[in-house]
Design a protein around this ligand. Structure first.
Ligand SMILES: O=C(CO)COP(=O)(O)O
Length: 249
């Protein structure tokens, strides 16, 4: 059975003091839920967040990592460094990493392999741009993103993969995919995984939707059968909004 997940990607927001405040608020107000709840603060706040949170309620995850074990990669962070402070889930492939930091499918494939080799869980993000959707190319684009970065992964490692479909045109724009568009793509993703692997793997992987999920649209999006939760940007920075989204699942 796949799990329901609500994850907050804080991106480059919240300094140390602000992180403490938001985490305290989340800890105090988080309702009992069967869903896994995760937050991804910035690198400099990860260790403190791990120490301050009850990990049985909220898991702290990383926004990125490098594929190398260690070495001359100024400004980068390795899987071991994350594991060493108690982080074992990492977001890989966010569209902002692809767009602003030149992360190609090839680089992402290396990151995925490196994280899985350390037994980390990977939350793999992908999704088409507006022009792909307009030219009706979105299924092809998503299929190739999955193929290029994920489908060389061993079947046995899929238990450590979470997928986050984030159409780029819906990120931070206030425009969401309609629940029907999300469902259609998530079902396509499962079919694609079934073809590359098998039905069990396709049915057991959690597929989150990301892109302008807010308290007022979360219930409808999460009600779709192939949508297993959300990866939340802007709304995860406001405790009450994030909690409302957790309640929606
Ligand atoms: O990029 C996202 C989460 O990773 C989505 O961001 P928004 O919820 O701000 O659109």
């Amino acid at each position: 059975m796949r799990s329901k997940i609500v994850a907050g990607n804080w991106k480059m927001n919240k300094n140390n003091a602000e992180t403490e405040v938001l985490l305290a608020e989340l800890s105090a107000k988080l309702p009992d839920t069967n869903a896994e709840v995760m937050v991804a603060p910035t690198f400099v706040n990860l260790a403190a967040a791990v120490q301050n949170l009850d990990s049985s309620k909220i898991e702290v995850i990383a926004q990125n990592m490098h594929f190398a074990e260690n070495g001359a990669y100024t400004g980068e962070i390795s899987a071991d460094m994350l594991l060493n402070i108690g982080i074992d889930t990492v977001i890989i492939g966010h569209s902002e990493r692809r767009a602003y930091f030149g992360e190609t499918d090839e680089i992402l494939a290396k990151k995925v392999q490196a994280a899985l080799a350390k037994n980390m869980r990977v939350m793999f993000c992908f999704g088409e741009e507006l022009q792909d959707r307009k030219s009706d190319n979105h299924f092809k684009v998503v299929e190739s993103q999955l193929k290029n970065a994920l489908f060389s992964v061993d079947a046995s490692a899929w238990k450590n993969i979470i997928l986050a479909y984030e159409p780029v045109w819906a990120i931070g724009t206030g425009e969401t995919a309609s629940p029907e568009q999300a469902q259609e793509m998530h079902a396509f993703i499962r079919q694609t995984i079934t073809k590359a692997y098998d039905t069990a793997i396709a049915n057991n992987v959690s597929i989150l939707y990301g892109g302008s999920v807010k308290p007022n649209n979360a219930v409808e999006i999460f009600s779709k059968p192939d949508v297993d939760g959300g990866l939340i940007g802007g709304a995860s920075l406001v405790a009450d909004d994030f909690i409302a989204i957790v309640k929606a699942i």
